[in-house]
Design a protein around this ligand. Structure first.
Ligand code: SF4
Ligand code: FES
Length: 252
């Protein structure tokens, strides 16, 4: 545990970039008041309020729920709201935008590609047997809910994409977060969309692009274990390939 008792300030080195005026990103240095209970997000808010109002970063919930404050902190993908200065003292603390994404401005990255990937796997329950409102709700047992519960904790923070070397090398790779979300819905006893989702991930940039590094699960702040979702999808995809071969043979 670092001795932080005598500290009154801590240095944050923040990567700044405004595409319309800057030729390239460059670090800016800020001294902020230090306290043991201060998060990196609060330090950024302090800078914006008192030192430089032009600093751009995303945040909303401040409690590791919305997934919007992901950034590289001392080189690792983290949520700024649940990363504390006491664990980084005496500093300096380096803060950069999430790796593997284009910078929109300062610590804000472009999320359009990630959203497209999430949309491509049909992120909703596609009922096996559609019911009318009059027919009532779809009930589940606790063990049926258990099958997808951990994957349902994903907050779309993109930290796993920032850590993934395969996504860094090939931005078309569908990536770990989308695979976790796919597993959330395909493991749901009410869902009938498994085949449609498998069709989306069998291609070159789908599940087989994963090289099983596993760092996506290490950086996940919600213990979703996207690497496990990828592995389950590899098994499902292989089984689907085998069964589709059998189906073709039975037709000929
Ligand atoms: S799987 Fe984990 S790291 Fe990846 S987007 Fe979901 S919550 Fe974030
Ligand atoms: S502000 Fe919502 S996750 Fe950090």
């Amino acid at each position: 545990m670092p001795d932080t008792t005598a500290k009154t300030t801590i240095e944050l080195r923040i990567l700044r970039y405004c595409p319309s005026t800057d030729t390239e990103p460059a670090f800016g240095s800020f001294q902020v008041p230090y306290s043991d209970d201060m998060s990196v997000l609060q330090a950024l808010q302090e800078i914006k309020a008192t030192l430089d109002g032009s600093l751009a970063f995303r945040w909303s919930c401040r409690m590791a729920v919305c997934g919007s404050c992901g950034m590289m902190i001392n080189g690792e993908p983290k949520l700024a709201c649940n990363t504390f200065l006491r664990d980084l003292a005496p500093g300096p603390v380096t803060v950069e935008p999430l790796q593997n994404f284009p910078i929109e401005r300062d610590l804000v990255v472009t999320v359009g590609d990630f959203v497209k990937k999430i949309e491509s796997i049909y992120p909703y329950v596609m009922p096996k047997v559609p019911k009318t409102v009059e027919e009532g709700t779809y009930l589940q047992t606790p063990s049926q809910m258990e099958a997808y519960a951990s994957f349902a904790d994903c907050i779309n923070c993109m930290l796993c994409y920032a850590a993934c070397p395969q996504y860094g090398a090939n931005p078309d790779f569908i990536g770990p977060g989308a695979m976790a979300l796919l597993q959330r819905y395909s493991s749901d006893s009410r869902d009938g969309g498994q085949q449609a989702r498998l069709d989306q991930i069998r291609g070159e940039d789908g599940v087989w692009s994963c090289t099983a590094v596993g760092i996506c699960s290490e950086v996940c702040p919600k213990q979703v274990d996207p690497a496990n979702a990828v592995n389950q999808n590899k098994s499902n995809s292989a089984l689907d390939f085998f069964l589709s071969g059998l189906r073709k043979e039975s037709v000929t």
